[in-house]
Design a protein around this ligand. Structure first.
Ligand code: ASN
Length: 338
């Protein structure tokens, strides 16, 4: 019988209203099970692993990503697939981080959650959970249909490291702005095989370390030298530079000098666009030429979530500066199109 491990980390899916404060707080998995009697009707063997404490995903942390990856790694051979119940707020970060940590993944790791708690009548949790389990169990020619870290939400399956939470209110909470969806659930579960990663040749490897000493510098017209220097002069190891359009910034001399100085001091600067769709093209405009010349790294069409977790991951693997730069510009798990 197909075996799935459900890993419960928290999130709205399992939340209840705190009677004292009136706020939503995470609650145990038992009440999820009570609210979805359909689970017993699925033809799979399910095991549940609850994290302690369960949390609102705004409290997510790289240490917990490491716990998650370790758990999947140690129990990998026992299960056909893994479903992680997770708050939607930082689900795209966790999915991105896991995609980098789990190298040569050949089984599905599907993250899901909901916008309304499972105990509420109009909840979106049941469909999300049941279909995520079906996807995690799906096989073709004896191999997993989706050997990737994915997010399943509101009838759509996304590559995890291509996803963003784009809506805090609609059931359609996620999008994958620069990559097609991997599957769609309607009357049938339709998979778009051309977009799904091929199964790996090698054995699963897990890498658990992160370096989260990263600054973020978002461009806006009129940004002050002081505001820029607060990041470029700070003791961070890398900077994610959120630029205009296809990777452009002001050409003001003081700004260019701040970035040059940061690079000279060993900081890696990665350029990603504030636009959700499209790619960074360094050197296309005069306003990105100097960035290219000084060694700013192109993040191409990566999401912010993939960029920051990839940096955290690569900077903790003992690579040289040049290696991190090279790997940032390559697709490691389908996270970018160069
Ligand atoms: N605050 C919640 C969380 O991320 C939001 C949700 O799950 N819909 O844990």
């Amino acid at each position: 019988m197909t075996k799935i491990l459900i890993i419960y980390t928290g999130g709205t899916i399992g939340m209840v209203n705190d009677t004292e404060t009136g706020t939503l707080i995470p609650f145990n998995f038992k009440q999820i099970q009570q609210n979805v009697p359909e689970l017993a009707r699925l033809n799979y063997e399910l095991e549940v692993h609850s994290f302690d404490p369960i949390m609102d995903s705004s409290n997510m942390h790289p240490d917990i990503w490491a716990e998650l990856a370790k758990l999947i790694f140690t129990r990998y051979d026992e299960f056909d697939g893994f479903v992680i119940l997770h708050g939607s707020d930082t689900m795209a970060y966790t999915a991105s981080a896991l995609s980098f940590m789990l190298q040569n993944l050949s089984k599905p790791v599907i993250l899901t959650g909901s916008q309304l708690p499972i105990g509420q009548i109009r909840t979106d949790a049941k469909e999300n959970l049941i279909t995520a389990l079906e996807i995690a169990a799906m096989k073709e020619h004896g191999r997993a249909k989706v050997p990737e870290v994915c997010i399943y939400f509101d009838s759509q399956l996304f590559r995890g490291n291509r996803s963003i939470k784009y809506n805090s209110e609609k059931f359609e909470a996620f999008r994958s702005p620069n990559y097609p969806i991997l599957a769609e659930a309607g009357v049938h579960l339709n998979f778009f095989n051309n977009y799904i990663l091929p199964p790996p040749e090698k054995e699963l490897q897990v890498l658990l370390d992160f370096n989260s000493n990263i600054g973020v510098l978002k461009m806006y017209p009129g940004i002050s030298q002081q505001a820029v220097m607060a990041i470029t002069h700070s003791p961070v190891d890398a900077i994610v530079l959120e630029t205009f359009g296809s990777g452009n910034t002001t050409t003001a001399e003081w700004f260019i000098n701040c970035l040059k100085e940061a690079i000279a001091n060993g900081k890696i600067i990665v350029d990603i666009s504030q636009c959700q769709r499209g790619s960074v093209e360094l050197g296309k405009y005069e306003t990105s030429k100097q960035l290219q010349e000084m060694g700013v790294v192109s993040g191409y069409d990566m999401t912010f979530e993939a960029t920051i977790t990839k940096l955290m991951y690569l900077m903790a693997q003992g690579h040289s500066y040049e290696e991190v730069v090279k790997l940032m510009e390559q697709s490691l798990r389908g996270e970018l199109t160069a």
